[in-house]
Design a protein around this ligand. Structure first.
Ligand code: TYD
Ligand code: MG
Length: 422
């Protein structure tokens, strides 16, 4: 039977359309004849006990923070998607992370000379690094197959610039990104070469293709932060070869990215101000302290604004509901803005108590005591839950000179926050 397929989004239809009903692209329908039935080999079935566990080789990138997030290094045959906003530092990070390995770098966004200049600036001039500006997928795969070098890692910077000549769509379109990624993943698995695919995401969360790859790759890393701030966090959203809890922290300097070990790196200054609160959370093996900022203002809108950045929107709504019920502070005539300083993200519920304290502090226009840290999850009944990491966070906070640490012991209920403002 003949069917028609949209070359842009893959929409399937039994008749031809001038404009795709799904993605609205014009003249994208192509005739697609189903393959004639061939004799099919039955699938091979193996007893579970007969499978030998050939452990895959892990290769260190030489950057501790990257290895930590990956679960100890890159695994041969692993395909990693590195997503982040343009200009956040993905290329800089990868250039530094391939120094320890025999690597082929596909520079689709910059010329080889530009990459070389940057490499010299950040002192990443490995002799085992090879580069190509070619962005035709078949040409890239042919080059890897024919070369005498045995590459440990292939970096594709970025997946949106590589294209397949099988499709007429422009590079970066969903069908191109999928086709190119399919070919790369297939090659990586069959030949045991690790690959890192760079994908740009926009602020609105539209990953222009790469998000559609998340389920195909073994590991999805997000590089986040704000270009105006110097700190960056590398997080694993998915990891078939390790945990997703670990984070890598970096500082963008004039000479590339520097690894950051300090738990308090994200706290610029310890001055107090209404709406400003320090929270402590544990991510993977490390404790980290973040600054939460809230701004509560009388609203002139019929439906007041709730603007949340870097925190879970529904979590903030829940905290507002708990504050209303237990502290009798009604914010329905107030706009509430709530964010994490530095463009970072805090998803742990252990930050709840700090978020609540920050909102109330801004509402009352009273600062919280200096050198204080908040640790605790807020329950629906207004109780503050103990976290498994309380003792670890308390010890770490003391080590960094914090004087008052508020956990469920000092503030067993959300209403205990009242005592700060009386
Ligand atoms: P880049 O790695 O090109 O970002 P991406 O690949 O995610 O688009 O980094 C771009 C920014 O990083 C650029 O605006 C300048 C800054 N930068 C530094 O501050 N110091 C450095 O040593 C380098 C190489 C870049
Ligand atoms: Mg780049």
């Amino acid at each position: 039977m003949t069917s028609f397929v949209c070359a842009s989004c893959g929409y399937n239809a039994s008749s031809w359309y001038g404009r795709c009903p799904e993605c609205h692209s014009w003249d994208s329908f192509k005739k697609f004849a189903e393959e004639k039935k061939r004799s099919i080999e039955p699938a091979k079935i193996v007893a579970f006990t007969d499978i030998s566990r050939a452990s895959k080789q892990r290769l260190s990138t030489g950057i501790f923070e990257v290895d930590r997030v990956l679960g100890g290094g890159v695994v041969s045959g692993e395909v990693i998607l590195l997503a982040g906003e343009p200009g956040i530092g993905k290329s800089t990070l990868l250039l530094a992370a391939c120094q320890n390995l025999s690597c082929l770098y596909i520079a689709g966004e910059e010329s080889a000379t530009q990459v070389k200049e940057r490499a010299q600036r950040i002192k990443a001039t490995s002799k085992r690094l090879y580069i190509s500006e070619n962005t035709q997928i078949d040409a890239i795969i042919q080059a890897i197959m024919k070369t005498t070098h045995k590459f440990d890692l292939v970096v594709i910077d970025s997946i949106q610039t590589v294209r397949s000549s099988n499709l007429s769509n422009p590079s970066g379109s969903i069908s191109q990104v999928k086709e190119v990624a399919d070919k790369l993943i297939d090659y990586a698995k069959k030949n045991d070469i690790a690959m890192i695919l760079v994908g740009h995401v926009t602020k609105e969360g539209d990953v222009a293709g790469p998000r559609t790859l998340e389920h195909l790759v073994d590991c999805v890393l997000y590089f986040e932060g704000e270009t105006s701030s110097e700190y960056r966090i590398l997080r694993a959203k998915k990891n078939r070869f390790g945990t997703t809890g670990e984070v890598g922290v970096f500082q963008m300097t004039g000479a590339g990215l520097k690894e950051v070990n300090s738990a308090t790196a994200f706290i610029d200054d310890i001055s107090v101000s209404p709406g400003k609160v320090i929270v402590g959370i544990v991510e993977g093996q490390r404790s980290l302290f973040y600054e939460i900022q809230s701004l509560v203002n009388a609203s002139f809108l019929p439906v007041p604004r709730r603007v949340v950045a870097g925190l879970d929107y529904n979590r903030v709504q829940l905290i507002l509901a708990v504050i209303r019920k237990n502290l009798r502070i009604s914010l329905e005539k107030h706009d509430v803005y709530c964010s994490v300083a530095g463009g970072l993200t805090v998803k742990s519920p252990v930050a709840d108590l700090g978020i609540a304290a920050s909102i109330i502090s801004s509402f009352k226009n009273r600062a919280l005591p200096p050198k204080s840290v908040f640790v605790g999850e807020v329950g629906l009944l207004g109780e503050i839950r103990k976290s498994n990491y309380d003792s670890k966070l308390i010890a770490e906070a003391k080590r960094h000179g914090f004087k008052s640490i508020f956990t469920n012991k000092e503030t067993p209920k959300i209403s205990s926050l009242n005592s700060f403002f009386t």
